[in-house]
Design a binder for this molecule. Sequence first.
Ligand code: BG6
Length: 539
Amino acid sequence: MPTLDQTEPTIFVIYGGTGDLTWRKLMPALYNLSLDGRLPEKFSILIVGRSAWSDAKLRLHLRKGVDQFSRRGAAKDETWRVFANHISYHQGDYKQSSAYTALAKRCAALEKDWGAPAHRIFYLATPPSLFGVIPKFLGKAGLARDRDHARLVIEKPLGYDLASAQELNTELAQHFDEKQIFRIDHYLGKETVQNILAFRFANPLFEPLWNRRYIDYLTITVAESVGVEDRGGYYDGAGALRDMIQSHLLQLFCLIAMEPVVSFEPDEVRNKKVDVLHATRPIDPNAVQASAVRGQYGPGAIRGKPVVGYREEPEIRPDSQTDTFAAVKLLVDNWRWQGVPFYLRTGKRMSRQVSEIAIQFRAAPHQPFAYDASSNWQPSRLVIAIQPDEGIVLTFQAKQPGPKMQLKPVDMRFNYRENFSEPSPDAYEALIWDVMKNDQTLSMRADQVEAAWKLVQPILDAWAKNAPDFPNYPAGSWGPDTTQRLLDPGHRWSEPIELVRAAPAPAVLSAAKNLTSKKPADTKSSAQPKKAKRPRTSA
Ligand code: BG6
């Protein structure tokens, strides 16, 4: 795997650098990387924007973002001063060649000072309408030419549908090699998501069970209690299927369903993920109802507080037909997963925030227990909690203490916060770090993006043809009732788990403890910062 040579200079150029994404996410991530001593010695951050800003105004603005959103809390004056010296503003119109020529000169001047060619990372924190434009100008100005030093970073939405995603890929390919392009999905930077790889491929215990023989079905839930917030302008043209399923949920699906990797070489991991998408049964355009459900929230209440419906949110059309909830049923046609449904669902203004993957094992083939012994009986279930709880819970049957054989489901729990004292870095720290060390393992290749669009395209087409009867779920619920129709008989959407128990459970089983190391809990130092609102990209 690539490593970062910290002696090699790097210029980190952010387009849209005065916007929300840079403010809330990119700059706090870069600042934390610098505190961890992970940035090269010769390092420059050039923030490109259209308005006239001074370096001083820019630094002040960015400091406020870092103070508010850094996982380490407010920056100390001295450390901020040292870091801020690396940041400067570069004014330029994104659609004028002269702005790119000026940028090229500026990069060349830095390299001259440093006496060595620098890695040049171009991060597009702009609206997606500029994803095809800026790379073209970068290419024309010769800024993409050095294949070993120039890199481009873009983030979803990567296209609006299959055709536009293909168009974008074709445009990018004219100026950058695939090896220079980092298409990032912030879900892949989350520790708990990366832990899926560790869990699956570092523990031979689970691999023999990871197939159709032992697994009945899986549910992947990414529920948000927030509404559309201040992103109505973007969201109303996207919807839950595009915004979440096509990207984040299909990434989780690939990580769970992929075959074991031979190594963590970027293309090895990416090939295995694309294989899953290729093996997934295409949705029948004439029977989309059997595979997908959409919803839109109406007024309701979240934790007892009344909230408005989607159509009353700012920037939303009063007759909007945009889905704020989407659920799909996927089947993977390969030896491992034949016949095992994967149910994916996501929504805004759901009962509570929870992202988790539940793996429901098959029932025991034969039960020798008396009927009354097994009245509470449930097949084993493994839940990977991604957020806000972070951990893994395995539910299985135990004998309840007493004279009779009475079964009761109990849990084995692994909780990140109890087992690791250090706080998890933010997803953007991991992703930016990967870009800097030129490691594409977690970034998406063009073919993966297209394969994901291909999978959801029949649903988009079918939904575009029929007007839905919206709103069809109240804010604060678990989505429309029709979601049940996706489930095969006997299957159910998994109830979200509570990783942190309110009170210690009775000592039913000594085994019902953490699965891993017994480090003392350090909940204080592992406290997570408050969840930041989802940033907006800016022009
Ligand atoms: C973004 C979506 O990609 O992910 C948002 O555009 C969504 O609509 C967000 O809120 C969820 O991310 P997280 O990390 O808060 O789960």
